[in-house]
Design a protein around this ligand. Structure first.
Ligand SMILES: NCc1[nH]cc(CCC(=O)O)c1CC(=O)O
Length: 304
């Protein structure tokens, strides 16, 4: 008899939804599973912007520890929250078919867009891209899980706040009053769910290999490789999206100054079969084309 696979998750509504989703798919592949919710430090630590805490894996730390202590067998993460370098003895086992990768603006009316207004987000990437497109707007900080952020928006005077479309879809809380920000380049791996396991746990590894979605795995690999070459340990505003189109892979990546005033962008197509190094190639190209100076500027601005 095979063991029951213990699926570890954070206990936010979104994380629980994702864990149950993974549970269903693994059980469909013929395994027994159990969901184990764990309280996460990430959601509790709200008195400082995430990017100022300088911590890698703030959302993943609790599950990493539980996995390495053999309290759980696999851990389910929003892939965009997973640092590009995994901890020792933890391996990527599966990436699920990606849902929407887009960002959306939940708003109280869109008349402000062409004039002045205030929107809220805790993400440097969203802030920088927003200010680049709407230089007359103010962007204020907003943190907390998806439910908290929706509530804070409602209780505020802000015109809107930015969310990942997939997150609101999953917990069935996407308000009618939203617009899709199709011009905004998402965070690397946004909308994708990653499942990790202890590297030496071959049984879990095999189970996860059966639920992996190859195209999403390849696209998110390209996006995360682009990020890892550029960021060099700092949480800079970087957007990246790879999409599959027949035997091609389309990539768009962007690096943008904190105030939104300067950006470096790359758009490039690769044969899908050559995706392995595509992220690195695009990162090197953007660095050559003025991205290196911009990256220095961003790093300096983040220190001050
Ligand atoms: N940083 C928090 C986070 N991590 C994953 C999602 C949503 C789901 C996803 O992007 O895969 C969210 C919420 C948001 O960005 O609005």
């Amino acid at each position: 008899m095979t063991k029951v696979i213990r699926i570890g998750t954070r206990d936010s509504e979104l994380a629980m939804w994702q864990a149950r989703f993974v549970k269903n798919i693994i059980e469909h592949a013929g395994y027994k599973t159990e969901v184990i919710p764990l309280t996460s430090d990430g959601d509790q630590n709200l008195d400082q912007p995430l990017y100022e805490m300088g911590i890698t894996g703030i959302f993943t730390k609790t599950l990493d520890i539980a996995l390495l202590n053999n309290k759980i067998d696999v851990a389910v993460h929003s892939m965009k929250d997973v640092p590009t370098v995994l901890p020792n003895n933890i391996s990527q086992g599966a990436v699920l078919h990606r849902a929407a990768s887009t960002d959306i603006l939940v708003h109280k009316g869109v008349d402000f867009l062409e004039g002045e207004g205030t929107i809220a987000t805790g993400s440097l990437r969203r802030k920088a891209q927003w200010l680049n497109k709407y230089p007359r707007h103010q962007v204020v900080d907003l943190r907390g899980n998806v439910n908290t952020r929706l509530q804070k928006l409602e209780d505020s005077e802000w015109n809107g706040a930015i969310f990942a479309s997939a997150g609101l879809d999953r917990i069935n809380k996407k308000p009618d009053n939203h617009i899709v920000l199709d011009w905004m380049i998402p965070a690397p791996a946004q909308g994708a769910i990653m499942v990790v396991h202890r590297s030496d746990d071959l049984e879990s590894q095999e189970a996860l290999s059966k639920i992996n979605h190859r195209i999403t795995e390849v696209c998110t690999h390209v996006e995360r490789q682009f990020l890892s070459v550029l960021e060099g340990g700092c949480t800079a505003p970087i957007g990246a999206l790879a999409t599959n189109n027949g035997d091609k892979l389309n990539f768009v990546g962007e690096l943008i100054s904190l105030d939104g005033k300067r950006k470096a962008r790359i758009e490039k197509q690769f044969p899908f079969a050559l995706a392995k190094d595509a992220g690195r190639i695009c990162a090197m190209k953007i660095l050559e084309d003025g991205g290196a100076e911009l990256m220095e500027e961003i790093k300096t601005a983040m220190k001050s």
